[in-house]
Design a protein around this ligand. Structure first.
Ligand SMILES: Nc1ncnc2c1ncn2[C@@H]1O[C@H](COP(=O)(O)OP(=O)(O)OP(=O)(O)O)[C@@H](O)[C@H]1O
Ligand SMILES: [Mg+2]
Length: 252
């Protein structure tokens, strides 16, 4: 089992788009996959067409200790989903539990997750208690980096957040970057690419995800890119990225 936190404290870089489409791509490649929505915005379930009113989810697992099986829904063939649940926002205000609060996800999901080949956790755009839970539960982190100027600024902050959490909690995860919203012909995109390769040598996945209109449209229909437009660049890129992740193919 490989468990990835899809994480970047910067908003709108493509975390949820990547979590949805990579989860489906890896499932389509013949693996048993679980996607967990750790963002109170609930975008992961919405993008898969599975957001419901008064929904239970990972919130109930973390706050009340309910069995993860009871809040897991079948999303697609070989792809299960644990939605955020209405109360996930309460986690950020949870005061009891001290340092243990950071280990709630790890301790509640480990046994359940072991039946899957891949688990992807979609994180919120913040570095609070939910992000800490993701980082402590996952052995690997998938960091989407978009091809704009502010992405670079956010990167050094992200590195500091990782360093701080990992040093204070004596943990370490393997970090991988995926370039998102990539516009090949822009010089800026090349700058971003070179900079992330310096920050994360041999840990930038080979396939950048190109800026693709269909990727922005498909969540509005509750469809993954493979259901919405299987022939577009975005579908091709996420299918290729799935192979990169499975086989460890990186940029040189
Ligand atoms: N490769 C792409 N091409 C075109 N649009 C994209 C691409 N990737 C993401 N988008 C669009 O960019 C916006 C932000 O993407 P997304 O919601 O995946 O980011 P996020 O990091 O999860 O955001 P948040 O921080 O709010 O959780 C969305 O409207 C999405 O449809
Ligand atoms: Mg998101």
């Amino acid at each position: 089992m490989r468990m990835f936190a899809v994480m970047n404290q910067k908003g709108g870089v493509g975390k949820t788009t990547t979590a949805i489409n990579i989860a489906h791509a890896v499932a389509r490649a013949g693996n048993k996959v679980l996607a967990i929505d750790l963002d109170p915005q609930g975008h992961l379930a919405a993008g898969l067409g599975l957001l419901r009113k008064q929904q239970r989810g990972i919130a109930d697992v973390l706050l009340d200790g309910v069995d993860p099986l009871t809040v897991t829904v079948v999303a697609r063939e070989s792809l299960d989903l644990i939605p955020a649940g209405d109360r996930l926002g309460e986690m950020e205000h949870l005061s009891k539990g001290g340092a243990k609060r950071g280990f709630l996800l790890r301790d509640s999901i480990r046994d359940f997750a072991s039946q899957y080949d891949y688990v992807f956790v979609d994180c919120p755009p913040s570095s609070g208690i939910l992000g800490i839970n993701a980082l402590l539960a996952c052995q690997e982190v998938l960091i989407p980096v978009s091809g704009d100027f502010f992405a670079l600024q956010g990167l050094s902050r992200l590195m500091n957040i990782f360093k701080y959490i990992e040093e204070s909690l004596s943990t370490r995860s393997e970090k991988w970057v995926v370039l998102t919203r990539f516009q090949e012909r822009r010089r800026l995109a090349q700058d971003v690419k070179n900079t992330v390769m310096n920050y994360f040598p041999k840990h930038v996945y080979k396939t950048p995800i190109r800026e693709t209109v269909a990727l922005a449209e498909c969540p509005g229909f509750g469809k993954t890119i493979f259901e919405y437009n299987a022939k577009c660049n975005g579908a091709q890129d996420y299918a290729d990225l799935a192979k990169d992740i499975i086989k460890g193919k990186v940029m040189h």
